[in-house]
Design a protein around this ligand. Structure first.
Ligand code: UDX
Length: 426
């Protein structure tokens, strides 16, 4: 099929690349000329394992192109994906500026039948509005179908998630459009959840909100477990065995960050409030997450009352492993807290080196701990889990390892004469 994808961010690039790889002819539209030039050379501006190789291969084969010319791309395509950013505004609501721009730009270009598929995460009712915008702009009803087809891609595993999703959510007005989706996704073996436009939009928000609630739930319990001398990883294991609960997203730690969970939770809160529904659960999840950094600072201060004078090394700056994304990173919030307390922080991350005052970045993980009194694991990169603890012990001045993600095996750390402090792991 001839497919146009509008937006070359995480979602747009993954969608374009995977569709091109499975037999479609894809043209991806991006406003920034510099980015288009880069992508046309097969260079990917984000860190996403496996994406660059697959993209390069399809650019080489000519199945994937990049352009700034929306009109040309739309003319060539019968399927148009909207994958533009829908960030959070200063009040926590969804900023639909780019989405609205695209809906207005698209209207005059629809002169043959197009299936317009929204991948961007948009508030409940937005796709219905998109439908109305086209009609208001004079596009004939027979010339388009609007479909809501939210993505559930995780950064770091985006390609895998697109190839092996647990479901394909499709919201539509005209059931005939399902056939187009089935043809597009011929290479994916997953059940379809078919609903109306608003239903699909809500599934996306509900999914991310539920994940956030689950994380905050275990993080709240971790604080109680800490006081009671209970190991929270054992609690998570125990409750997770109940298939109604499940093991996923029960890892206690610094809390959730990233571009999606905080933004979507906040948007859903606003969507509820504007409809006079009190979002008790959502607010609670957010407030637990907001309180975690202060909780850990208190804990660390208790361990090291004179910590301002100490050499503190933090491992991990991204919001989770296998990404270069630092948006809403809890690790960076922790760095910030130490800096605010007057500390000089030594920071190592495998892929990023954020320029921050009173922070020294290192290129080498073991260099970053020379003379350290305390090493804090803020993001659970594999490299940290597999560290050579003998070398760590030799290089450090002190002996405390604070594992803010419960990623390490305490016995392993202790066997090297190090002191292990985890999240509710007595
Ligand atoms: C999320 C959703 O998982 C994905 O379906 C959606 O499309 C986009 O948002 P992502 O933001 O890439 O994906 O990250 P995810 O893997 O969900 O992790 C979110 C945050 O939760 C991270 O900061 C992670 O460290 C934290 N987390 C996750 C925990 O603190 N504990 C857990 O048990 C799991």
């Amino acid at each position: 099929m001839n497919v146009c994808v509008i937006g070359a961010g995480y979602v747009g690039l993954t969608t374009s690349t995977v569709l091109a790889n499975f037999g479609h002819k894809v043209i991806c539209v991006e406003q920034l000329e510099e980015k288009v030039n880069m992508l046309s050379q097969g260079e990917v501006p984000i860190y996403e394992p496996g994406l660059e190789d697959m993209l390069k291969e399809n650019v080489r084969k000519g199945t994937l192109e990049f352009t700034t010319n929306l009109s040309e791309a739309v003319k060539r395509s019968s399927v148009i994906f909207i994958a533009v950013g829908t960030p959070q505004d200063k009040d926590g609501k969804t900023d639909l500026r780019f989405f609205h721009e695209v809906s207005n730009d698209l209207s005059p270009l629809i002169d043959t039948h197009k299936v317009i598929i929204t991948k961007s995460t948009v508030p409940i009712g937005t796709n219905e509005e998109l439908n109305q915008t086209f009609l208001k702009n004079g596009v004939s009803e027979s010339l388009f179908d609007v479909v809501s087809n939210p993505e559930f891609l995780r950064e770091g595993t985006a390609i895998h998630d697109m190839l092996y999703p647990d479901k394909i959510v499709v919201g539509l007005k005209n059931h005939q459009a399902v056939k187009v989706l089935q043809k597009l996704y011929h290479f994916i073996d997953a059940p379809y959840v078919i609903t109306n436009l608003s239903g699909a939009e809500m599934i996306k928000y509900a999914s991310n909100a539920f994940l956030a609630v689950k994380i905050s739930f275990i993080n709240e319990l971790a604080q109680l477990a800490d006081v009671c001398g209970v190991d929270i990883t054992e609690v998570a294991l125990g409750i997770g065995m109940d298939p109604r609960i499940g093991h996923h997203f029960l890892q206690a730690g610094l809390g959730y960050g990233g571009s999606c969970l905080p933004k979507d939770l906040s948007s859903l809160e606003h969507q509820s409030i504007t409809r006079n529904v009190t979002p008790h659960m959502l607010q609670a999840a957010q407030s637990v997450n907001d309180s975690i950094i202060a909780y850990y600072m208190k804990k660390i201060k208790k361990e090291f009352p004179d910590f301002q004078k100490k050499n503190i090394t933090i491992w991990g700056a991204t919001f989770k492993p296998n990404t270069d994304d630092m948006r809403h990173s809890q690790a960076l919030k922790l760095v910030d807290q130490f800096v605010n307390e007057g500390c000089h922080v030594h920071l190592y991350d495998p892929v990023v080196s954020p320029k921050l005052n009173h922070v020294t970045n290192y290129k080498d993980m073991y260099e970053s701990i020379r003379e350290a009194d305390m090493v804090i694991i803020a993001t659970e990169w594999k490299q940290f889990i597999e560290a050579d603890w003998k070398v760590v012990r030799e290089r450090m001045r002190g002996n405390t390892i604070v594992d803010c993600r419960n990623a390490l095996q305490p016995y392993k750390i202790r066997s090297h004469g190090l002191r292990y402090v985890g999240v509710a792991r007595p």
